[in-house]
Design a protein around this ligand. Structure first.
Ligand code: NAP
Length: 313
């Protein structure tokens, strides 16, 4: 049976943007409620060392998120382990329905649902997902002890995953479609110095090759992006790290988006196309996408929500 619960500020999402909004909205005495979503703590819970969070030379991503949650809670933010499945925004207050059946009414909403890993969309990638194909090295790397692994991509995630996987693999092959990485220089430096990692330039994944029974990966077929020539790289695991897409399913047809699906906010603010709904973090940011910039936007969203509430009352 559904129960209604009212809050001035409903925060949806539990990454750096969500928890920071929780801290600021709590300190503004708005008694926010934060719904964590399907992956409490967000993307940082699937990383290892974070070396660019100010104040910590090195911190484990999952530990940082536990600390952020505790901080928001300590300030007075109510944190709920549930998933918002539906938003109704045509009348006030807004209504959010959760997977548990609970319903929340809210004067303002801070959306901080983040982004999730992109896939290439190959049928063979889909076939072997969970059976050799993964998008999370920290979740699945352990299964490939002493084996060969391939990583696809050239950004920070791909390089971090390749480096992390050398803890388990006998060899890691990084396959990138250009001859230049997008990753930070410090990560590139570590990659090129690591004797377990080989980089194959100008290639993209053409197909994952494996067995049917049991389901398992044996190799990847890769295609030269300039000549089209195909070749095979033996491996037992394939980690796809080709970027992230904003998690905007909840607000499709509700909020204006741009730049390929990112929620549009007014320049210099977190105000979306619906007054009273604010967006912060990776679902609105197609440029910076860092933990620290997400946290900054979470702060902005709480301040914007506070202003909206005081001006509406
Ligand atoms: P990203 O920076 O967008 O990089 C995606 C990589 O995948 C690019 O090298 C891209 O190639 C490649 N790619 C994209 N589509 C492809 C396709 N269809 N086939 C083959 N390759 C493809 O994504 P990310 O690495 O996930 O990082 C996302 C954001 O999070 C970035 O802003 C990053 O800085 C941030 N991040 C930061 C840290 C950190 O600070 N420690 C860690 C992880 C992520 P091209 O280069 O040719 O476009």
């Amino acid at each position: 049976m559904s129960q209604y619960r009212h809050t001035k500020v409903l925060i949806i999402g539990s990454g750096p943007a969500g928890y920071t909004a929780g801290v600021y909205a709590s300190r503004a005495m708005l008694s926010p409620v934060l719904i964590q979503g399907i992956e409490p703590g967000g993307q940082l819970t699937t990383t290892t060392e974070v070396e660019n969070w100010p104040g910590d030379t090195e911190v484990q991503g999952p530990d940082l998120m536990v600390r952020m949650e505790a901080h928001a809670k300590e300030m007075g933010c109510e944190i709920i382990g549930d998933i918002v499945t539906k938003l109704e925004v045509n009348s006030r207050p807004f209504v959010a329905t959760c997977d548990s059946g609970k319903k929340y009414t809210a004067d303002t909403i801070i959306l901080a649902t983040g982004a999730r890993a992109k896939w290439l969309g190959l049928p063979s990638e889909e076939k072997y997902k969970g059976f050799g194909v993964s998008a999370c090295a920290t979740c699945d790397g352990f299964f490939y002890r002493g084996q060969e692994i391939a990583v696809i991509g050239g950004g920070n995630t791909a390089v971090e995953e390749a480096l992390f996987l050398t803890n388990f693999a006998s060899k890691v092959t990084l396959v990138h479609r250009r001859d230049e990485l997008r990753a930070e220089k410090i990560l590139q430096d570590r990659l090129f110095k690591n004797p377990k990692i080989e980089t194959i330039w100008f290639h993209e994944l053409d197909e994952v090759i494996g067995t049917d029974s049991p389901l398992g990966v044996e190799a990847i077929r890769i295609k030269n992006t300039t000549t089209g020539k195909l070749s095979e790289v033996p491996c037992k695991g394939v980690f796809v790290a080709i970027g992230h897409a904003p998690a905007t399913e909840l607000v499709t047809n509700i909020l204006e988006t741009h730049n390929g699906g990112y929620v549009k906010v007014e320049a210099g603010s977190t105000r979306t196309s619906v007054p009273g709904i604010f967006a912060a973090g990776d679902l609105t940011d197609h440029i910076y996408r860092q933990a620290v910039t997400s946290a900054g936007m979470g702060c902005m969203a709480a301040l914007d929500a506070e202003k909206f509430i005081s001006e509406s009352s």
